[in-house]
Design a protein around this ligand. Sequence first.
Ligand code: PRX
Length: 656
Amino acid sequence: MSSQIDHLLNEDRRFAPSEDFAAAAVGTADLYHQAATDREGFWADRARELLHWQTPFTKVLDWSNPPFATWFEDGELNVAYNCLDRHVEAGNGDRVALFWEGEPGDERRVTYAELTDEVKRLANVLTELGIGRGDRVAVYLPMIPEAVAAMLAVARVGAVHSVVFGGFSADSLRARIDDAGAKLVITADGGYRKGRVSALKPAVDLALADRNGSGVQETVEHVLVVRRGGNDVDWTPGRDLWWHEVVPAASAEHEAEAFPAENPLFILYTSGTTGKPKGILHTSGGYLTQAAFTNRVVHDIHPESDVYWCTADVGWITGHTYVTYGPLANGATQVMYEGTPDTPHPGRWWELVEKYGVTILYTAPTAIRSFMKIGRQVAQQFDLSSLRLLGSVGEPINPEAWMWYRSVIGGDRAPIIDTWWQTETGAMMISALPGVTETKPGSAQVPLPGITVDVVDDAGQEVGNGNGGLLVITEPWPAMLRGIWGDPDRFVETYWDKFAEQGFYFAGDGARLDDDGDVWLLGRVDDVMNVSGHRLSTAEIESALVGNEAVAEAAVVGASDETTGQAVVAFVIIKESYLKAHSPEGLAQTLRAWVGEQIGPIARPRDVYIVGELPKTRSGKIMRRLLRDVAEGREVGDTTTLADTAVMSVISAQVK
Ligand code: PRX
């Protein structure tokens, strides 16, 4: 990491917004002043200005029982009404909400009026199925308009969605369904990925397969299935329902009931440092306020004229906040694309930018780096002149990728915003304002107005400009997680115990302040990996590996990778009993595939090394740092704390 820091320290390029951009920008320098004068008043103004409250709130923040916060507690609103009906009532029903494009090239234009109609019908279906306030609904769908409609309909009836990324396995889906106690699963037969139909319904069937004797009480009563892939599916009569049969048949009349601001809106599972994913809980009023505000000022949304495109899947937090909630609350028009960036050809994204005249693009560094790798000529075949703003999210963006993005995609004209935030923060926390900030390639730079962060040492002391340490958030924020589903202790322990004395939220990221006080993110400081902008836990993959009959022990590290940021590298010890009966040939491949099946293809290790031992301290803790050295092809660091100092040379030899 030190070479990376040196490299970043030498970065002195600066890019000020053009006068034209600054003059028309929604976010102005004034916001910083307002927020600095009266932070809570600032957020209250945003909540009133950006949202419709059926019952206006009188309280802003309640932080009397930290770390459990409430925002706008006595206010009431309906999240779906804010994202849909009010735009129709304001005369914008004909505005396109979604320019949807399927991977095979089929298209759908969904207006605000049409989306509202669909959500109202679906809300009636949910009510008929017994789904009401507080019930949990799992959503396991491809990137199709029904995914957005499903989230909004669940919100509309005051229930709680748990969207599970379609790339997760049946086991991962089952764990999430069980943890949340979901009553309904909304899925599809399948969706298009990489030129073929990838089935989803079989994973739901498997997840819900007869669990007699497993000790788990089945909570799921129904499965609502969208027909998208056209693939054959098994059917459980009484449990399974086709969307196209029940939704169009339901009434399009549906009154949006008011729910308290702190009504849970969704649970989204993310990886932590243990094997069990955490169900991050978000609520309604504060979350929607910060989602709408950040989308408005950081993405500089002008709803009448912009065509916005966030490339994230709704299965991740970026898709929740910047596909579903933020842009729809702002009445924006957006592109939604079902498939992979390189199907059927490597210029697919750029073709879509040209076709729809995309003005704002929000994506992940890993995508930019893979486009860099295939060369600028692919993107340059298309007219990208509509783009006026570019965004980055999910992992640190290296200055080379930033510069490439700016010049090849942005025509040296469009500002870049590098946005730091997390599933837990709910919405952006650190980012330039594109009409205000002079940007620096590779730095997320400044906390947004109303957000306060710092970089501190292990004891919670400010490190000051020019120094590195741990990123903390020093004051509660509206979109902050309200807890971990079913596990308040883990919530406190994971995020708040480390700096309990100061009351800081510990983000888990290393960061550095430059001489101007701008923040440079340096990656996770815990056992969480970031692969292509997706969070994976070393412990979760290790536990999948040891679940294989051949594996005695496993250690997983995130090794730096040119394209994906980090890559999963596993070191495994094979059981002697297994080796007596089987040949080890092909075992590494088998284990890679195994992890893919257990968790999902994103977790599949890039490399699996079969070794005889793992480096452990005297107390038995695996020293991942040393394994990372091996995985990254570096000289192995200090081994003096190992129980057996010779073990690393054995491992290095075995890996070679
Ligand atoms: O390490 C940080 C990294 O992604 C983590 C959060 O992952 P997740 O909850 O999956 O949310 C990703 C999308 C918001 C953070 O702890 N991260 C996210 N954005 C950035 C980043 N690292 C550096 N720069 C960013 N802009």
